[in-house]
Design a binder for this molecule. Structure first.
Ligand code: ADP
Length: 396
């Protein structure tokens, strides 16, 4: 009996020990489980945070403005481009689209989505910080898995630059048409006069043939300049860069222009040092010098002097200066002088056979060489056209 009791007590004690161990193990496991769960949660939260940061960074890198609104019409997300377009000064999240953009037309696009589900290619003009901007908006209604409204997404494309370029193009086409029409109508009326009997008198015949010849030449010059500008614009001009003794290039242009210079008693002086070497396209550089000298002859003082000098700057760049002693160029005109068809005195330019494109070509060619050009002038004290070219590192 006693032995049985002792056995029972031993079994009970062993059972209690086993239970206690079991409980300890379970507690340990629970603890490990809890720790695992907490770690998993932290990892998931970090992943979500990183994902959301990556998404925001991606949205912020978009060129297009992006706004996402919730079903109540309040902003969930607006990227940096949208903030720039509409000038948000504070975070937009939580505001209505009207509060954030301050444009009824944008709010109206969101309202349209209730009926239309998507609005594509809607164009709007906004005033952004005092300047007009042209935007195109594409908007899409969002639906949740049950088909209920879940807000909308709006993408804004800034068309302002495109519109400006369109304006420049239209103005250019209008200018070209005008420039072509003027000599054409003079040629036409001279031909009509001759056909109407004007050719009977030899003196009249020569006078009108000269008019035809002069304006046909002007047309040819204009077309040449337009074609060259169009090649420059399209980046299609192949520059044949080679080490140029610049003094020789200048002398070639001077030789070509000598008859015109003599006709106006203008002295052309080549002061470019013989040792000055530029890495440039000879024909194009000759054209640049030709245009600048031609202008100095046309607009300079009859009996005046034009000189071309050159030097190597401390940076190694080459600087060329074309200096005349003519009437100079007014300050406000200096800023526009390199624009196509801009002339200080239209009548004077036309009378001199100018196309209004000479300086635009100069600027383009210099820039294609990696250089830049500017004008310095004071009315009454002549003009200096100064351009620089990259240092001539001559290939070995
Ligand atoms: P254009 O064919 O009329 O000469 P350019 O583009 O060469 O066209 O020059 C634009 C305008 O700049 C000229 O019409 C003229 O009014 C002015 N201009 C250019 N060079 C000179 C200069 N050396 N002195 C005074 N005015 C100049």
């Amino acid at each position: 009996m006693e032995a049985a009791l002792i056995l029972l007590a031993a079994v009970a004690a062993a059972l209690a020990l086993a239970l206690a161990r079991e409980r300890r193990m379970r507690r340990g496991e629970d603890e490990r489980c809890r720790r695992d769960l907490a770690e998993q949660r932290a990892r998931r939260e970090a992943e979500l945070k990183e994902q959301s940061q990556r998404t925001s960074a991606l949205f912020d890198r978009m060129v297009e403005g992006l706004i996402v609104v919730d079903a109540g019409g309040r902003i969930r997300l607006a990227n940096r481009a949208a903030a720039g377009l509409f000038g948000f000064d504070a975070p937009a999240a939580g505001k209505t689209i009207l509060e954030a953009t301050r444009h009824h037309e944008v709010a109206a696009v969101v309202a349209r989505l209730d009926r239309e589900l998507e609005v594509l290619g809607h164009e709007l003009r906004i005033d952004s910080m005092g300047a007009p901007r042209f935007l195109q908006v594409n908007a899409l209604a969002l639906r949740d898995s049950g088909g209920a409204s879940d807000g909308a997404i709006l993408v804004f494309h800034d068309l302002t630059r495109l519109r400006q370029l369109e304006g420049v193009r239209q103005e250019f086409v209008a200018n070209v048409s005008h420039e072509l029409r003027t000599p054409l109508s003079l040629i036409k009326s001279a031909a009509e006069t001759l056909l109407d009997g004007g050719s009977a008198d030899p003196a009249t015949l020569v006078r009108f043939l000269n008019i035809i010849d002069k304006h046909a030449n002007r047309l040819a010059l204009l077309i040449d300049d337009l074609l060259l500008l169009s090649t420059l614009d399209s980046g299609g001009l192949r520059l044949n860069r080679q080490p140029l003794p610049f003094r020789d290039t200048v002398q070639d242009a001077i030789d070509d222009l000598q008859p015109r210079a003599l006709a106006r008693d203008v002295t052309l002086e080549n002061s470019v040092p013989g040792a000055l070497i530029a890495l440039a396209d000879n024909d194009r550089m000759r054209q640049v010098i030709f245009n600048l000298l031609d202008n100095a002859i046309k607009y300079g003082r009859p009996g005046g002097r034009t000189s071309i000098g050159g030097r190597v700057l401390p940076s190694g760049r080459i600087e060329i200066t074309v200096l005349d002693d003519g009437p100079g160029i007014p300050k406000d005109a200096q800023e526009r002088i390199f624009e196509r068809f801009y002339r200080v005195d239209k009548a004077r330019s036309r009378e001199q056979g100018g196309t209004g494109l000479g300086l635009a070509i100069v600027k383009h060619v210099i820039q294609a060489h990696g250089g830049d050009v500017r004008v310095e002038s004071a009315p009454g004290s002549g003009s200096a056209f100064i351009f620089s070219l990259p240092a001539a590192t001559i290939p070995q």
